[in-house]
Design a protein around this ligand. Structure first.
Ligand code: SF4
Ligand code: SF4
Ligand code: FES
Length: 254
């Protein structure tokens, strides 16, 4: 199908969202609560765009581009004065919540905001409560080690009652999807710590090169779900690639 984004004619596949179409054509739209590996929820509203339909003159709507499906003939604008104004207000509020988080500070600067105009309750906060860590842990990993607790200003993300996340396997997927990069995964020797969830793990060294592969708990968790032995699960991706590359090359010369 054909539509326009910022007056540029673009092609979209059935089922693609406006954000996916824009990204496929290098048209930037800011996002915070979106990650390719998770189902979009449209909660941060930063990716708002304006849509118009030529068959309905004068009609327009603001929609979250990460959840709105592409439609034939749609006219999309990604940075009207109204949209930029709304984004600035949202970013100003995020900056009040996390005034020292480098990702939020950088986003604010890109919109010309050096300081928040709202009251800062706690300058040490780094989390915007987007819930992506909780979703990846539950929906993709299946560990359900962390959750959202409390209400209003007291709302928090983490393990129950602030204790150690007992079912955490130390996979690091939560850190991978966190938009503010506030979940640290610290590997030292053969120990991994994730201070935010109060957990520490033994790391398993690669059977070939000795480089840490993952945590013992993560490897055991995967072993219970797939039929693979230690020659695969306890070998790092580099050594696995080298092994299979050499095998394919050898078989190709037979
Ligand atoms: S590191 Fe722990 S909390 Fe994070 S996704 Fe993996 S299991 Fe869940
Ligand atoms: S820790 Fe990161 S991913 Fe989790 S809710 Fe906070 S900002 Fe979102
Ligand atoms: S990226 Fe947050 S609403 Fe779309």
């Amino acid at each position: 199908m054909q539509l326009t984004i910022d007056d540029k004619q673009v092609t979209a596949e059935q089922g693609q969202t406006l954000l996916e179409v824009a990204r496929a054509h290098d048209i930037p739209i800011p996002t915070l609560c979106y990650h390719e590996s998770l189902e979009a929820r449209g909660s941060c509203r930063l990716c708002l765009v304006e849509i118009r339909k030529p068959k309905w003159p004068g009609w327009k709507r603001l929609v979250a581009s990460c959840v709105y499906p592409a439609e034939e003939g749609l006219e999309v604008r990604t940075a009207t004065e109204e949209i930029v104004g709304i984004r600035k207000t949202l970013i100003d509020l995020l900056l009040a919540r996390c005034p020292k988080n480098p990702e939020i500070v950088e986003l604010a600067r890109a919109y010309g905001i050096e300081q928040t105009s709202y009251a800062v309750l706690d300058a040490t906060r780094q989390c915007i409560l987007c819930g992506q860590c909780v979703r990846v842990c539950e929906d993709i990993i299946g560990a359900s080690a962390i959750g959202m607790y409390g209400r209003g200003a007291g709302k928090k993300v983490g393990p129950a009652y602030g204790k150690a996340a007992e079912t955490c396997i130390g996979c690091g997927a939560c850190a991978f999807v966190c938009p503010t990069r506030c979940i640290q995964v610290i590997d030292e020797g053969l120990t991994r710590r994730i201070p935010r969830w109060n957990v520490e793990f033994e790391l398993v060294p690669c059977r070939i090169c000795g480089k840490p592969v993952s945590t013992r708990k993560h490897i055991d968790f995967v072993r219970g779900r797939v039929s693979a032995g230690p020659e695969v699960l306890e070998t790092c991706s580099d050594c696995l690639r080298a092994y299979y590359g050499a095998k394919v090359a050898a078989e190709g010369h037979m």
